[in-house]
Design a protein around this ligand. Structure first.
Ligand code: BTN
Length: 242
């Protein structure tokens, strides 16, 4: 895959810039990278802490021939790509895991997140924007309390600075390789790194709290939870405790 990397000093969200360019007809492979985001966003309406000059905030424009029910594969590929990239920094794989659905954890703390936003024409996927936030050198002293409690960065975990450009190059190379395997399903690889399965979970799904044991992930990315009342298939939500 050919990447066209566009860098911006500051944006609201790289997702917004990528979407504007997608609407203008930009081809697949466009990558919007920002040094700072003033309104970086995550899943379930969360903000993404995006201070200037410390970490990687990027959005990739994709136009895959993918059935709308398989869009979650892009999130899986994004999370796996982050693991591929980080393990090249000689970080033991055992310290890295994926928490359903889109969280990459380092020693149990959130290191990176993936956000996919898609646009459809009739029933067909027109484009998808895959956003990645990777806490490379983030310092959390000024971060909101909630972020300080749960997040980490490579710098914080290993006590040294990491090169963001090297991380970006590795990320894009890893993404190209994983994306090139479509239409093969990334599910088995994804499950191989998922820390959520077989464990008791508490999920926040809209207004509802679902508790039980995470038993499997469906092909479309839904998490199946065995609750006291039987199996529940959760398509959208967040694991709030394991
Ligand atoms: C999550 O963990 O909920 C997803 C976080 C995704 C953050 C990235 S940073 C680059 C891109 N721009 C955004 O506003 N969000 C994504």
């Amino acid at each position: 895959m050919q990447f066209d990397v566009r860098r911006f000093p500051v944006v609201t969200s790289t997702m917004d810039v990528a979407r504007d360019l997608a609407e203008q007809g930009a081809p697949e492979g466009l990558v919007v990278v920002a040094d700072e985001q003033t309104a970086g966003r995550g899943r379930v309406g969360r903000a993404w802490y995006s201070p200037p000059g410390q970490s990687l905030y990027l959005s990739l424009l994709l136009r895959p021939a993918l059935h709308p029910r398989r869009i979650s594969w892009l999130t899986m590929i994004g999370a796996l790509t982050i693991l591929d990239c980080i393990s090249q920094f000689s970080i033991p794989n055992s310290q890295l895991s994926i928490k359903w659905f889109n969280d990459v954890l380092l020693n149990g703390r959130k290191l990176a997140g993936v956000l996919v936003e898609a646009s459809f024409v009739a029933d067909r996927l027109d484009y998808a924007i895959l956003g990645i936030g990777l806490n490379v050198n983030t310092r959390f002293a000024d971060a909101p309390e909630e972020v300080r409690r749960r997040a980490t960065s490579l710098r914080e975990a290993f006590g040294r600075e990491f090169d963001r450009d090297v991380a970006l190059d590795r990320l894009l190379a890893a993404f190209g390789a994983r994306y090139g395997r479509l239409p093969a399903s990334p599910l088995a690889d994804y499950i191989g790194h998922l820390e959520t399965l077989g464990r008791p979970v508490r999920l926040c799904a809209g207004d509802e709290i679902i508790e039980g044991t995470a038993v499997r992930v469906e092909e479309d990315g839904a998490l199946v939870v065995m609750t006291a009342a039987g199996e529940r298939v959760v398509t959208f939500g967040e694991v709030v405790s394991g």
